[in-house]
Design a protein around this ligand. Structure first.
Ligand code: PFF
Length: 471
């Protein structure tokens, strides 16, 4: 059997794992949800969940992945008798997420091009139209949406074809530090605009009202956001863990990933919301429109230099989205590459599988792209005959998001905790962690969480999500 090539360095692994975690969920999802759910109160709940659920699930996933040295499907088959099937769900979720992630990533490329047009006064710029008009025209043109989504998915496939160390590690090791630098530039600009303080207040002034009104709703939103943001409950961290060197510390790496992801989410809030409040008082402060309408208005109102900031910003978001989409595709590709190696197939099968998996994910992606956020009338509610649909039925993006982020991710993570806590035993994780020669100092904490606290919190999160969606 050919040798399975993993990450070359801890830095490379971290950049890839942080790259998977940091994405549209941080830059767009976090500031919106934090703003809409009580700002500081939401942040507190988010942090508690990140420690009691996110960190625990991250350690568990990295450990079982590294123990088996296989992708998600094989890992669950090897580790468990009761949850053998869980790997399939953990591999189906990336398919669903890729479908809308690539479309949104495509929108970011479109907006980068738009700002290049503005810089050179070219016809492909905004041509004096408002952010809402530009976005409206874009949503009325499904072909353009499909073209940009295809560009995005092709970039994703190309990087995954390069392999774990040659493609993913290399790309993320350059991309992630670049992203951090660009984010700091945008934060400085955003927070020094007159009126920016309103955005900071929106984010950070404690407001516990939403907690009193709808505690479960806030908990569910924070939980869903945290799982999505940390790329948990769907095979990514199992897959990346399977490529992690046996000498590296799992607990320390997991901690760094959780801390960095949360920091970038906060930094993204600082980059996005103060500028939106300062320069676009009438603009939307939430939903898809924030990223594509409000912020474009913000860049337009800065004159020529705005185009430069626009290019930097949308490049940054595209980069963040690509380092996440490659991790999603890698879950699927790893499974097939491992299977081929097991069957003794020789030669490099990775390239073929990357293309095939990318093409398969593109089928749903085209559906989401043509749907144009529900504006072309082919959304699920129409097909299912639902009158007055809830958000999840009003467009395909929200439908696939509801299935994956809303249900499959928390469910997958909860069942994984039950498997570790009650079936195979938390000592399996401890033994894997300690193989690196590090003592698992947090073992008691891990054991209590994985058995009791994390699953109970996950049930609440899941119940809250289902209630929000269907009741
Ligand atoms: N964590 C990514 C984000 O915050 O945008 C999205 C994501 C990537 C979710 C990988 C799930 C995943 F497996």
């Amino acid at each position: 059997m050919e040798e399975r090539k993993g990450f070359k360095s801890t830095f490379g692994f971290l950049m890839a794992a942080v790259g998977s975690a940091v994405g549209l969920g941080n830059i767009w999802g976090f500031p919106n949800k934090m703003g809409a759910n009580g700002g500081f109160a939401f942040l507190l709940i988010y942090l508690v969940l990140a420690v009691l659920c996110g960190y625990i699930v991250m350690v568990g996933e990295l450990a079982i992945g590294r123990k088996t040295g296989k992708g998600a499907i094989a890992t669950y088959q090897i580790m468990s008798r009761k949850f053998k099937w869980l790997g399939w769900m953990a591999t189906a979720s990336p398919f669903l997420i890729l479908s809308f992630y690539c479309v949104l990533g495509g929108y970011c490329i479109k907006y980068m091009v738009l700002n290049v047009g503005n810089l050179f006064n070219a016809a492909f710029g905004t041509n004096g139209l408002s952010g809402a008009e530009v976005f409206g025209n874009f949503m009325g043109n499904p072909t353009e949406g499909v073209i940009f989504a295809v560009i995005f998915v092709l970039l994703t496939i190309l990087i995954v074809m390069g392999g774990v160390s040659g493609g993913i590690e290399k790309f993320c090791s350059v991309g992630m530090p670049a992203l951090a630098v660009m984010l700091v530039i945008i934060i400085i600009r955003s927070c020094t605009l007159p009126g920016a303080v309103e955005g900071l207040k929106f984010m950070f002034v404690p407001n516990f009202e939403p907690l009193k009104e709808n505690f479960l709703g806030v908990l569910a939103t924070a939980g869903g956001q945290m799982f999505f943001s940390l790329s948990l409950g769907m095979g990514v961290m199992i897959t990346y863990g399977s490529y992690l060197d046996k000498k590296k510390s799992i607990t320390q790496n997991a901690l760094v990933i959780v801390i960095f992801d949360t920091l970038v989410a906060l930094m993204a809030g600082l980059a996005v919301l103060p500028a939106a409040f300062a320069l676009d008082p009438d603009g939307s402060k939430g939903g898809p429109k924030l990223l594509y309408i409000t912020l474009q208005n913000v860049f337009d109102s800065m004159g020529t230099i705005g185009a430069v900031f626009g290019i930097i910003f949308y490049f940054l978001v595209t980069l963040a989205a690509i380092t996440s989409s490659i991790s999603l595709l890698e879950v699927i590709v790893t499974h097939f590459v491992d299977k081929a190696a097991e069957k003794g197939k020789t030669g490099d099968k990775r390239k073929v599988y990357s293309v095939l998996a990318g093409l398969a994910a593109s089928v749903l992606m085209v559906l989401v792209a043509v749907d144009c956020l529900g504006s072309t009338g082919i959304h699920p509610a129409v097909l299912l005959g639902i009158e007055n649909p809830k958000t999840w039925a009003a467009d395909w993006l929200d439908f696939f998001d509801m299935l994956s982020e809303g249900i499959m991710m928390p469910l997958g993570a909860m069942l994984m905790c039950i498997m570790i806590g009650w079936e195979i035993g938390p000592e399996v994780v401890r033994d894997e962690v300690e193989r690196s020669g590090f003592k698992m100092k947090i073992y008691t904490f891990f054991k209590i969480c994985v058995r009791f606290i994390t699953p109970v919190l996950m049930v609440l999160v899941l119940y809250g999500q289902i209630k929000e969606f269907f009741l």
